[in-house]
Design a protein around this ligand. Structure first.
Ligand SMILES: Nc1nc2c(c(=O)[nH]1)N[C@H]1C(S)=C(S)[C@@H](COP(=O)(O)O)O[C@H]1N2
Ligand SMILES: [Mo]
Length: 466
């Protein structure tokens, strides 16, 4: 079906709506059952008041059907039919006049417009329509520990591959004793584990850096938590038998695309050292919050590496390869590292564990609150260790310890709250600072780094007390 905008105009002295019986005929003609007999679907209709002009947004196989349907209108005035698209499609294609270059057709991909529509409907904040990148809206964080799947942030580098689970295999090869090609069913029959894990994009909070850094301008919603179910990575490594010389485990996703300034296309790939792969509670997850992984989150299988920035949690996983070299692919060494300029020297360090951070979910920026009891709530997490404490400061007031509430999971964010009183009215700021059991605490400001990762500076929420 294609989308069209239709315009009908008639002369003021021939307005059919003025005649009660002609008007009724018109309404019946526009009724759902009648419209359907013409192979047309009306998505919206409106008349511009006083202008004798009607607009319809319609779907139909082709323009011919619309012309047929509009015949009575054509004899009463004029009819114009315009091929149209949704905003999501136009943005996903790069503008009103451009169309994206066709992708190499090796993997079928999800229609960008459709993926984008779902995200918008779920209330996600879209940063880029194609490939789809969107963050969780902070107020949506209020509630339980896990984020409903539709509200979970999405970070993609390439179009979303649409994989057929029955044809899909997880290949395990390279330096192993027994190369494997596991089916979905094979994985279902292996020992399973369920973990509540917080994923955070290393670029979360990037928009807070000054000077501005290129890349997705994430606010604080490139983080979410889910309950993941799957097979522990060690089970699969042991079944394949890792050879003595192997040093790294390489994970390959089915998504691919062009990289700036490079010919051809590349897959999304990341590696972990064999020790990290074994020691990190990593999971090969096939379910998210109790249902099969949604397509945008890696269906049918993704890696989940608890505590690490989520770039390493490869989605749409199709291959695991044991290698005896330091993997140097684009997403390993061409991005996702901290880079600082220190004493005339460029210092680089890979992005690994999530830095300690807290987010204030309540109140939100710009809220008007009445003096009296004030509840400040939020979540806090750290990749290195569980949260030890969260402190809150209101106005210029001292840091006061919040109460940690709810379940505590090793790899998940932790809810906290502080109920206190505010008497003075006017503009006030609220700040929250988390510290983990490894004594890491949030800084007032992070050291600026060229690619804008790991901005865990203390968040400030500005409110009005009335
Ligand atoms: N195959 C593949 N895996 C991927 C990515 C990707 O683009 N392709 N993005 C990574 C990054 S940077 C992040 S932050 C997380 C986002 O996971 P989500 O979209 O499920 O929130 O997936 C990671 N895994
Ligand atoms: Mo990310």
């Amino acid at each position: 079906m294609a989308l069209f905008v239709v315009r009908h105009q008639h002369e003021a002295q021939r307005c059919p709506a003025e005649d009660p019986s002609l008007g009724a005929t018109l309404l019946n003609y526009l009724s759902r059952p009648n419209v359907a007999t013409h192979g047309v679907d009306i998505r919206g209709e409106a008349v511009v008041q006083g202008e004798h002009t009607m607009y319809l947004i319609v779907e139909a196989e082709d323009e011919g059907r619309i012309r047929g349907f509009m015949e009575p209108f054509a004899s009463a005035g004029t009819v114009d039919v315009y091929p149209a698209s949704t905003c999501a499609r136009v943005v996903a294609n790069g503008g009103c006049t451009s169309s994206l270059p066709e992708l190499e057709d090796t993997v079928p991909v999800v229609e960008p417009e459709e993926a984008c529509h779902h995200a918008i409907e779920a209330g996600l904040v879209v940063h880029r329509a194609h490939p789809l990148n969107c963050e969780t809206s902070i107020p949506a964080l209020i509630g339980g520990v896990v984020m409903p799947n539709a509200h979970f942030y999405v970070r993609n580098h390439f179009p979303i591959p649409e994989l057929d689970r029955s044809a899909w295999r997880l290949e395990v090869g390279g330096l192993v004793d027994r190369p494997l090609a596991l089916t979905w069913r094979d994985l279902q029959q292996m020992p399973s584990q369920t973990l509540v894990v917080t994923l955070e994009c290393a670029g979360n909070g990037r928009s807070g850096l000054a000077p501005r850094v290129d890349g997705e301008q994430w606010e604080l919603g490139a983080v979410s938590t889910a309950e993941w179910t799957g097979v522990p990575l060690v089970e699969v490594l042991d079944r394949a038998g890792v050879k003595a010389g192997a040093t790294e485990v390489l994970f390959r996703g089915a998504d691919r695309g062009a990289l700036p300034g490079q010919p051809g296309t590349e897959s999304f790939e990341r590696s972990l050292s064999v020790d990290d792969a074994r020691g990190s509670d990593a999971l090969l997850a096939y379910a998210m919050n109790g249902v099969p992984l949604p397509v945008q989150h890696g269906y049918p299988l993704r890696l989940i590496v608890p505590g690490w920035y989520a770039v390493t949690s490869v989605k749409w996983l199709t291959e695991i390869e044991l290698i005896d070299r330091a993997f140097a692919g684009h997403f390993q060494t061409g991005s996702y590292f901290y880079e600082w300029q220190r004493d005339e020297q460029v210092v680089r360090e890979p992005v690994t564990l999530q830095r300690v951070r807290s987010i204030i979910t309540e109140p939100t920026d710009g809220d008007e609150l009445t003096a009296g009891d004030l509840a400040v709530r939020g979540v806090a997490w750290s990749g290195a260790a569980p949260i030890a404490r969260v402190e809150v400061s209101i106005g210029e007031g001292p840091w006061r310890e919040a109460r940690l509430v709810g379940d505590r999971h090793r790899h998940s964010w932790q809810w906290w709250e502080l109920i206190s009183g505010v008497e003075h009215s006017g503009a006030t700021t609220i700040r929250a600072r988390a510290t983990d059991l490894a004594s890491r605490t949030q800084p007032e400001q992070v050291e600026w780094n060229r690619l804008g990762y790991g901005n865990n500076a203390i968040q400030e929420v500005a409110v009005q007390i009335v």
